[in-house]
Design a protein. Structure first.
Length: 359
């Protein structure tokens, strides 16, 4: 056991130092560690990536069974993505440094587990930078990639490629391998028969040109609202919401309720790290991975409206609202647009780090 955990500690140090996956052999995990990692995956990852790692259960989360991804992304890229997340996507950072629930050892164990349950032959990628014409690459990207990855790389039905964390952790050769070979188990096809080698180099050069020198910057973590602060405007009137499918409330109605100082509760059901970074004013962090019996913890069950949101825009918030309804809560709803649309609509958000705290 000590040997396994020393290997996982070493993994954490290796990825922080940028070691390649070629220098890494995943340690053999005990039956107990395999079960612990499986439990963590089902608790934190399966909602979006699927119970069997098949992907696309929510928010276009990619398959974690893709040999193309795992053979080039383990351990560094996978480890850092779990820990630090992907900005401007529903993939939040799960490390405790980011306000999430997982220690570095937990993330290391998950990384080793992924390499164990979906064994792959690790591919030693070259370390040299790709040389290409970024201007030509921009035109090729617009023609071949933007439909799925977004005009500015923001992600549409495929992962964001304009994410600075991605560009910081993904080498040129990692990006090039994905373009040349595609990602099995995902809609990402191989472009080796579509683009020439020179054109692929230009696309990679264009993607690299978007990098701004991102580096991990753990936020100053703050304390969430106390239970006495859960109910917004406790002396206000009860709002009237128009629900679609007896569940989904338009963002405009929630904004109106905030402006009119109506009495209700807002739940942010994303990972706690997301609430730390940015949330709707007055929202209470209630992560989807909290145990079902704790879904109503400190929440009044007296008919007060409880409105939840996430980024998916519905997966995590639906999950929490379903739990609350099973516990007998009435007057529950989900913000239809989700917080990513909410933010793009110019609606109010605040950052947890703007609050004063010693935590």
């Amino acid at each position: 056991m000590k040997q396994v955990w020393s290997c996982i500690f070493l993994l954490a140090a290796m990825v922080a130092g940028g070691a390649s996956q070629a220098a890494w052999e995943p340690p053999e995990l005990s039956k107990e560690d395999m079960q612990r990692a499986e439990d963590m995956y089902q608790t934190y990852c399966s909602l979006c990536h699927g119970k069997d790692r098949e992907g696309y259960a929510a928010d276009h989360a990619p398959s974690l069974r893709s040999k193309s991804l795992l053979s080039t992304g383990l351990p560094n890229f996978v480890y850092m993505t779990i820990g630090w997340g992907r900005a401007n996507t529903a993939m939040e950072g799960y490390s405790k440094e980011m306000g999430g629930p997982l220690s570095r050892e937990d993330i290391g164990l998950l990384t080793v587990w992924l390499a164990t349950v979906e064994p792959v032959e690790f591919i030693e990628l070259q370390t040299d930078s790709v040389v290409g014409d970024a201007e030509q690459g921009a035109a090729l990207y617009a023609e071949n990639c933007a439909e799925c990855h977004g005009e500015t790389g923001q992600g549409v039905t495929a992962p964001s490629l304009g994410d600075q964390a991605l560009l910081a952790h993904a080498s040129d050769q990692f990006l090039r391998y994905a373009v040349v070979n595609g990602r099995d188990g995902t809609p990402m096809k191989s472009f080796s028969d579509v683009l020439s080698d020179e054109q692929i180099d230009s696309v990679v050069a264009y993607l690299r040109s978007q990098s701004s020198g991102w580096s991990p910057n753990p936020p100053k973590l703050v304390s969430p609202p106390s239970p006495e602060e859960y109910v917004l405007n406790p002396d206000g009137e009860t709002p009237t919401f128009t629900l679609r499918e007896d569940r989904y409330v338009p963002a405009a109605e929630v904004v109106a309720a905030l402006e009119q100082k109506k009495r209700f509760i807002l739940l942010d059901t994303r990972p706690a790290s997301a609430w730390q970074r940015s949330h709707i004013p007055g929202a209470v962090p209630m992560p989807y991975y909290r145990e079902k019996e704790r879904a109503g913890e400190n929440l009044p069950n007296d008919g007060t409206w409880i409105v939840a949101y996430c980024a998916c825009p519905h997966a995590a918030s639906d999950f929490v609202i379903n739990n609350l309804r099973e516990l007998g809560y009435q007057n529950t709803a989900v913000i239809d647009e989700g917080i990513l649309r909410w933010t793009s609509m110019g609606l109010p958000v605040t950052t947890g780090t703007a609050l004063e705290s010693d935590h």
